[in-house]
Design a protein around this ligand. Structure first.
Ligand code: HEM
Length: 482
């Protein structure tokens, strides 16, 4: 794969013509193609890394449509058209078949993939777990996970090469255990991480057979390799359900709601309908899958971006040192860094829908069955919407400038009724953990490692993110305190 790492950015600020400080290398991203891929190339790219399919035109044009092996395809990167699809006429769009096939084996029937009344009942049942008040109540638990990770790193020697993608995965899984799954995950956390990684890496590949619409019994080799991970999840989930039922029977109720008890007690207030066992299982996996890899990726990319932009790292360290407690409200720079990492490397890099009935998006006629793709990856790097789209500049998200960003030009958590239920939870968690890292450690890029974004359900660094650990105390970092 060709990585887009030009040695220099533009010499002058496009708007003001003012000479800029020497430009830094742009964060890694595939070079846009000059021309669209043919069928074989497209199938290959979709399977290996869908980011490789985008052409220069995708980064420039508001809407592109055409026919391909994927059927009628419309790529929408125009904020008001996105608003139309995700909000104003959301009822005309459902999750598309490819996405359902991709996530179906483990997550099918859970909140992420359900539709209609089933989705509504689940969303209503689980919403109480993600109110702003409860998210705030989870903050000490997130701080405890951050401390747990810091303690792991303190035990390592200065200068050691550590895979931070793995470390953040452990920490975000630990957060889930301390918050929405307080009765534990029913399995060894390391095994969980291995199983989740394996699941996304195998089941999460877009198989040519899926695109060509072959029936489910036709072999998907990647999907077969996901079988051991699914078997592991199955056993773990059974153990979790059993523990939750035992707790409920013995009257041992937690003082805050948790996911398992809400799932088991869930009955839709309007219909009285409860969730079936299969729905409970799918939701446990959904929340583990959607709630841990995504935030871990955001933290991994933020840490890498700071390692390659020392001026922002110093500003963030100064803010954290002055703030004392790890309280997101007093950490606007850390928050802006998380937001900018989510812009450049949105963990959910592509949202796709299928039109149910005919529609009109901007000037374009949409036929029933058309696949409408809204790609946060493209949108966040779109030339019409962002200045220096490929550059890392958390300043865009600082108060004063952040208000200039169109709500529908920045969609790390989606929008409309299917917006991420865990958005507030994830942002608080990412800020708390990143701040805890900044307070004590510095991470430098590992020599010889090529960083490459790859889309496998989530957008993650290919082959992890090895980094060199530096302890700020040892390296004489300013303002260190523990
Ligand atoms: C940085 C972290 C995260 C990112 C970038 C992210 C992104 C997203 C996006 C874009 C969607 C909408 C998908 C669509 O419209 O097709 C979504 C949905 C969802 N997310 Fe997240 N998410 C994150 C963290 C979390 C967390 C922490 C949880 C739970 C603990 C979670 C649970 C879910 C669920 C259950 C849905 C489905 C909601 C529905 O359809 O009603 N996510 N997420």
């Amino acid at each position: 794969m060709v990585l887009h790492m030009p040695p220099r950015g533009r010499e002058r600020d496009r708007a003001s013509g003012v000479p800029r400080r020497p430009a830094q290398p742009l964060p890694p991203a595939p070079t846009p193609r000059e021309r669209p891929l043919g069928t074989i190339g497209l199938l290959w790219a979709l399977r290996t890394n869908p980011l490789l399919t985008w052409t220069r035109a995708h980064y420039r044009e508001p809407i592109l449509s055409g026919r391909s092996v994927l059927g009628d395809l419309v790529i929408v990167s125009e904020p008001s058209a996105i608003r139309h699809v995700l909000v104003d006429n959301a009822a005309n769009y459902r999750k598309d078949d490819l996405q359902l096939r991709l996530l179906g084996p483990g997550l099918g029937g859970g909140l992420l993939t359900a539709e209609g009344d089933v989705w509504r009942a689940q969303r209503r049942a689980l919403a109480p777990l993600f109110t702003p008040r409860l998210t705030e109540r989870f903050r000490p638990a997130m701080q405890a996970s951050a401390e747990w990770l810091a303690e792991r790193l303190r035990r390592q020697r200065d200068g050691r090469r550590i895979d931070m993608a793995g470390e953040f995965s452990r920490a975000t899984l630990d957060v889930l255990e301390r918050t929405i799954f307080p009765q534990g995950l029913g399995g060894e956390p390391t095994k969980f991480i291995e199983a989740v990684t394996r699941y996304f890496d195998t089941a999460g590949r877009i198989e040519p057979f899926d695109i060509l619409g072959l029936p489910d019994w036709a072999p998907r080799f990647g999907r077969n390799r996901a079988a051991p991970a699914l078997a592991f999840f199955g056993e773990a989930v059974e153990a979790m359900i059993e523990t939750a039922r035992r707790n409920a029977a013995s009257g041992a109720t937690a003082n805050a709601p948790d996911l398992m008890s809400l799932l088991l007690a869930a009955a839709d207030p309007e219909t009285g309908r409860g969730l079936g066992d299969a729905e409970v299982r799918a939701n446990i996996l959904t929340f583990i899958g959607a709630g841990h890899e995504t935030t871990a990726n955001a933290l991994t990319w933020a840490t890498y971006l700071l390692a390659t932009h020392p001026e922002w790292r110093e500003r963030a360290e100064a803010e954290v040192d002055a703030a004392g407690a790890l309280d997101p409200e007093h950490l606007p720079i850390v928050r802006a860094i998380v937001d900018e990492a989510l812009r450049l490397y949105p963990p959910a890099a592509s949202l796709s829908r299928e039109a149910i009935g005919p529609d009109r998006v901007a000037d374009l006629r949409i036929r029933p069955g058309a696949r409408v793709v809204i790609s946060p990856w493209l949108l966040h790097r779109h030339e019409r919407l962002w200045r220096d789209p490929g550059a890392f500049d958390p300043g865009r998200f600082l108060p004063g400038r952040r208000e200039e960003i169109d709500r529908f030009a920045y969609l790390p958590f989606g929008a409309g009724p299917r917006i991420c239920i865990g958005a507030g939870f994830a942002l608080q968690e990412a800020v708390v953990i990143l701040a805890a890292m900044l307070r004590e450690f510095r991470f430098d890029p590992a020599p010889g490692h090529v960083v490459e974004p790859i889309q496998r359900v989530t957008l993650r660094p290919k082959n992890g993110m090895p980094m060199i650990l530096r302890k700020r105390q040892a390296s004489g970092g300013a303002g260190f305190f523990s």
